[in-house]
Design a protein around this ligand. Sequence first.
Ligand code: FE
Ligand code: FE
Length: 211
Amino acid sequence: MNTQSKSSHADFETKNKPLFQFFTDGIKDLYWAEKAIESLLKKNKSLAYTEELSDAIEDHELQTQKHILRLEKVFKHLDMKPEGKKCEAIAGIIKEAEETVSDTPEMSMTRDAVIIINAQKVEHYEIASYGGLLQIALTFNLDAIADLLEKSLLEEEETDVLLSEIAESFINLEAAEENEDDNEDDDNDKNDNKSSKEGNKQKRATASASA
Ligand code: FE
Ligand code: FE
């Protein structure tokens, strides 16, 4: 028996099973989702107030690009062209994320707290999808595909943990101290000295490091 074909490619019988149909649809769903998430991360990177959060988002944006490439390899193992299928769940999470972030004051810890929760909703969807599809790949003895899915799964899990750590280390506490009129002061500051967002981020990072 050719082990290479056993571990990489589904046989004719497998390809006709409803579970395998669901599996390939799930990969298409994730492919669409990862591309939408990449755009969301690009936007959120510049919306984040603290350096800690924008750096974490930037790192995950790079990982997300790798996730897209890994899924393209999965399609290759499946002898399929890479093709996305709209993921209604992620489309909904992203829509809600954009609405909730736009309701927060610009350059605030509250905004960062909200960005983190939204990002974790995305990560949890990805973790459930990669985790479940990985198990189905193993069930069908598609080991090479399972390996690719597992690599991305581990990075999604690490990102989720990192986001919790950032929120819990200082962002939530500082967000809880913010008041509605804080933002007006920020606006005045901006007009006074046109202090850049980078400058504010730097100030924030220093303040939290010395706290
Ligand atoms: Fe991802
Ligand atoms: Fe992710």
